[in-house]
Design a protein around this ligand. Sequence first.
Ligand SMILES: [Fe+2]
Length: 431
Amino acid sequence: MTTQDLRLTIAAELEKTRARTTALTEAVDEADLIRQHSPLMSPLIWDLAHVANQEELWLVRDVGGRDPVRQDIDELYDAFKYARKDRPALPLLDPAQARAYVAQVRDKALDVLDHATFDPQRRLLDNGFAFGMIVQHEQQHDETMLATHQLRIGDPVLNAPPPPPSQQRVTGEVFIPGGRFTMGTDTDVWALDNERPAHTVDVPAFHIDAAPVTNGQYQEFIAAGGYDSPQWWSSRGWAYRQKAGLVAPLYWQRDDSGWHVRQFGRINPINLDEPVVHVCYFEAEAFANWAGKRLPTEAEWEKAARFDPATGRSRRFPWGDETPEPRHANLGQRHLSPAPVGAYPEGASPAGVHQMIGDVWEWLASDFDPYPGFTAFPYREYSEVFFGGDYKMLRGGSFGTDASAARSTFRNWDHPIRRQIFSGFRLARDA
Ligand SMILES: [Fe+2]
């Protein structure tokens, strides 16, 4: 790619991402922007200015070597400085100030882009990495803001067409023969530090479900008394189920006509064919035990998603190396729910595993650890400080994840009690 083509690609990604951020923050009034909709989340106005502050730190100051725009507010928008629950009490920029700051930083960042040479000797600039990192960061906050919208109580403000219907019956499991495959990447230019380096992993043979667990299957677990049977739960999981009073996925509610779900301010009947979403790791683990299976490991998930036995190589995405199109996967908030199982036959992996990318993040059995040979880049706080913590891995992205952060090497992690994220799961078992 020429320097000018790379600049155009980056500018298009920045613009597309900002349009999403703007839509998510303009959908609500000023009171809702400032309000904390849940102690689990920041006020939307914090995310907005935080996104711009990161853009300023990395693109304007570091890459561009320019003077700070608002050095005085760095601390307020440092995610490590204040917990989410404490952010509303900070002297944050008000909506007008935040929007002015966002625009001012973007002007300067685009000017830096106009002059950028992407010197391969400077790793932060090689192939426009810093710009790609900032695009992915903003998209990740957009997904977080979408989760805040889902927590928000009030009339619906977001609209989108329903996801496509199922086109193929997808059931049962797929056998993945044992053997080595390449996990992680050295070649994906915007891949983050924790996805690197590429390395060989020998994975024993296993079976994995061709589709994520659906609402219909999950409803059977509830009906079978799954939430009242400690035998299916780990001791930590059962303690949390008791403490939090879990009886169903977050946002499910029951009346005389059965289970319904609140989705972005609308009450809808449960769609039995859609992947279950808004369950925590402990619920996924209990369901797996009840079903006589287990959650996949991270290596199993990635092998099922990427490994092409015909060529012996690992693909960027289950369907190949090409960037996701709407026909491949339910990504990018084009829809406001997961799509029914079988909606994306063109997105299946070589092994015939469906909907690994998009729809719901999938909880995995693995903890968050570095790959062999890991080096932190460009800062320890991106990944390294989380290694070895109380986190479980999530893979594949959700309907709220942008394509720029949904390649099949992309690693996400969260506490095992998290439910407000767009998380579901699929099952595996030993061969
Ligand atoms: Fe952030």
